[in-house]
Write a new protein. Structure first.
Length: 144
């Protein structure tokens, strides 16, 4: 019984501590601007987005990190760009950033989590039934 009480006490203590946000060192000019709360609520209808995830995500929203590699087993992988939490109804700050494949669409929308999750394309159909993407790994996604 004492172990269960200690565990519960530790759990409450951990919950009450402020979260630690890591500086992922994204290049300022690559950030997408503010997250659209409407998009968060839409995604939360299907996927449970944690508040800590969103707090961290706001610091690198759409950005290109300067520290961009991580290890997967014995292989080095690279983050090309963090995705965005905006869609085609979001109000975007600054001038349009034309996407390289669709010049009339802002790249911040095409790099959006909603576009990947709910778009009419094979990636959405085959990969994201139970996963929520947060970054693009391909270096070709980088445009600075």
């Amino acid at each position: 019984m004492k172990d269960a009480q200690s565990h519960l006490s530790l759990h409450r203590t951990m919950q009450s501590k402020p979260s630690i946000i890591r500086d992922l060192q994204c290049k300022a000019h690559t950030l997408a601007g503010p997250i659209d709360n409407r998009v968060i609520e839409y995604i939360r209808e299907s996927y449970p987005l944690d508040d800590y995830f969103l707090e961290q995500f706001a610091t690198c929203h759409g950005g290109v990190p300067t520290i961009d590699t991580f290890m997967v087993g014995d292989k080095t992988a690279s983050i090309g760009r963090f995705l965005t939490l905006i869609d085609n109804k979001s109000i975007l700050k600054g001038p349009i950033r034309p996407h390289f494949e669709a010049g009339d669409v802002d790249e911040r929308i095409m790099m959006g989590i909603p576009y990947l999750l709910y778009g009419e394309h094979p990636t959405a159909y085959g990969l994201f039934e139970h996963l929520v993407p947060f970054a693009a790994l391909e270096d070709e996604m980088r445009r600075e």
